[in-house]
Design a protein around this ligand. Structure first.
Ligand SMILES: NC(=O)C1=CN([C@@H]2O[C@H](COP(=O)(O)OP(=O)(O)OC[C@H]3O[C@@H](n4cnc5c(N)ncnc54)[C@H](OP(=O)(O)O)[C@@H]3O)[C@@H](O)[C@H]2O)C=CC1
Ligand SMILES: O=C([O-])CC(=O)C(=O)O
Length: 273
């Protein structure tokens, strides 16, 4: 049995925890859950048939014997816990991938993983096309552009919106509110464009990957369009994501992608690149 620990008991954590016991139970067991809000962890445990331990704090989480720790919490969680998890010889799956673009955190995590013979898993999340981009990058990419289009309310709370006091409620037609490199986009929109981080790591890096964010009051899906040019040719991938059943802000595909990553880890056959 592969022993799992989960950090973050929100939208993605809940779907993942349920899938572990309903779909992946032959190979995986969820041993421990942790959330900054003990109440959220308790609420998740009540929805499960299995009985994971609730860690009251991160230290209690870290001492558990685990094969993989799954982060589905926040960029802060990755920055605070990532190095400690790998140093304690656990593999690490990360959903808040935007954190990796800051201060060479990705390089630091990779160094520890190499030293400790551990692995880091970065699911594709709420976008399609990462498989093709990984392969295409081998021959060289010239341009990668992500255009994220969300209902205005989905951008609420982002530092960029708050700093500039952008009035989301008064946006009446589609409006580009941000344009910049992935490295900057993930700081200004930490809960909105983690997909820009996985895209840059798969492709041409955090400085060259361009990000545009459009607030569009006429849509009800989270849309991510990726355009890539390179030696392989050109690629255009569009995802129109429905939200998770319990969370209007999080795309359902992101949670499904985390489940599929676990399936791949234990699979005899892995389909796709
Ligand atoms: N890679 C991708 O494609 C995608 C990535 N994401 C990212 O994945 C992460 C999880 O998403 P989602 O499930 O929707 O988020 P939710 O807000 O629904 O759940 C996250 C939970 O983790 C808790 N949490 C936050 N920081 C910490 C911490 N430092 N330690 C412990 N618990 C913490 C939150 O508490 P509180 O609410 O009190 O902060 C909350 O209960 C987010 O960072 C999100 O931006 C989301 C969608 C797509
Ligand atoms: O859920 C989405 O559509 C994408 C998202 O929030 C992220 O990448 O952080």
């Amino acid at each position: 049995m592969i022993k799992l620990g989960l950090i973050g008991c929100g939208a993605i954590g809940t779907i993942l925890a349920k899938a572990i016991e309903e779909r992946l139970q032959e190979k995986f067991v969820l041993k421990v859950i942790f959330d900054i809000s003990f109440e959220k962890a308790r609420a998740l445990k009540e929805r499960l048939h299995s009985s994971p331990i609730i860690a009251p704090d991160f230290s209690a989480f870290l001492v558990q014997s685990l094969d993989i720790a799954i982060e589905a919490a926040s960029q802060e969680a990755v920055k605070e816990y990532g190095e400690k998890i790998l140093s304690r010889e656990k593999d690490l799956m990360i959903m808040s991938i935007g954190a990796l673009l800051e201060d060479n955190l990705f390089e630091r995590l990779k160094t520890i993983a190499q030293k400790k013979h551990r692995r880091i898993y970065l699911p594709s999340g709420a976008v399609v096309g990462i498989d093709g981009i990984k392969a295409a990058a081998l021959a060289g990419l010239d341009e990668v552009v992500l255009t994220t289009r969300k209902p205005p309310a989905g951008l609420k709370g982002a530092p960029y919106i708050e700093e500039r006091e952008i009035d989301l409620e008064n946006i009446t037609k589609a409006q580009m509110i941000y344009k910049g490199p992935a490295e900057e986009a993930v700081k200004y929109f930490p809960a909105n464009v983690n997909v820009a981080a996985v895209l840059s790591l798969a492709g041409i890096g955090k400085k060259k990957t361009k990000v545009k964010i459009i607030a569009d009051p006429n849509i009800h899906t989270n849309q991510h369009e990726i355009k890539v040019k390179g030696k392989f040719g050109q690629m255009i991938c569009l995802t129109k994501n429905l939200p998770c059943p319990d969370s209007p802000r999080t795309s359902y595909l992101a949670a499904l992608s985390a489940i599929k990553t676990l399936e791949n880890i234990s699979a005899e056959v892995v389909i796709g690149t």
